[in-house]
Design a protein around this ligand. Sequence first.
Ligand SMILES: [Zn+2]
Length: 321
Amino acid sequence: MRSNVGVRAGLLLVAAVFAALVGAPPGYAQQEPDWSKVQIKVTKVFGNIYMLEGQGGNIAASVGEDGIVIVDDQFAPLAEKIQTALKELKITDKPVRFVINTHYHGDHTGGNVPFASGGSTVIAQDNVRKRLEKGGAAGNGGSVKMDVKPAEKAALPIITFEHDVTVHLNGEDIRALHFPSGHTDGDSIIFFPKNNIVHMGDDFVRYGFPFIDVTSGGSVQGMIDAMEKATAQLPADVKVIPGHGQLSNLDDVRAFTKMLKETSAAVQKALSDKKTLEQMKAEKILAPWDKWSGQFINSDAFIETLYNSLTGHPGGFVKHN
Ligand SMILES: [Zn+2]
């Protein structure tokens, strides 16, 4: 069991990293992490698949005779440490040939430039490239709101796909499948069928109530659909790498999905009762799910998320003429 201190530190880390990546929204004012202190922890998940944790989103790595494929790449200042950690496995001298981005957020794509300039090919869903290229805003349509700067050309995925793509490497058909409108509008879940492992990106996280980027086309209904469709096609004993947090299983995913369904039903009911957003917060309508309230997305921020998602208010920045 993890200590409370550990859980709290983890949540603060998510908030700090988020602040570092998208500028510091109110309440998350934190300094940029001291990259020199970040260590890359490598866990063998099964077979030739590893999970790498440093700062930012979890990385999955297929390491074998054909070379390396990684899913997500955290932040640019960590790219060298990630490369070193992969080399130290002493399985292959071959490089990271492909990087698959689960979605466009900087804590999952920040390493695209150093990996691409080191010879890796970055692959992602069409909307990941579009959002990286254009920049804009990310947020829950309410108090969580950040400016996203357009990424430099070298950060953009070279190969994009609309629905799915398969990378055939290391004897495995590594498949990225797009699930529309969950955490963002460009999320992919990555399947490693031979090793019975899946990387769910930020459609599934372990830091409590999830951040749903409704400003970038995310929605709670889409996230629920993604979880239900993905779990329906996965074996019961699949190992699940979440976007953030510890290695998980399908029971964890089901508990998360159940929470999403129950909390959105609670906000939907309040909407039918003609309650305002402020009333929902004042009445603490998500109190029964309080254990999911976190440092990053607390109950009030999640009420905003669900409210904006269910009423179709994506938020974003007001443009003045
Ligand atoms: Zn994200």
